[in-house]
Write a protein that binds this ligand. Sequence first.
Ligand SMILES: [Zn+2]
Length: 70
Amino acid sequence: MNIGGGRHGRGMGPIGYCICLRCGYRVRKIPGIRCLDMKCPKCGAAMVREGSYHHQLYLERMKNKKLKEK
Ligand SMILES: [Zn+2]
């Protein structure tokens, strides 16, 4: 009698990344710690969750800057 219990190697939620807004350095997000609470190991700037509202807001701002070129 075979017990085909198909082990699922799941359990890890979606893996996210924190990205530095200053130098673009990416690190694997640590569960339980918000990206905003982390500091970039390279330049010490604040980090945001990649793809998050803050990140997209930043990207949009960069785009506008380029377009307007004040
Ligand atoms: Zn950085």
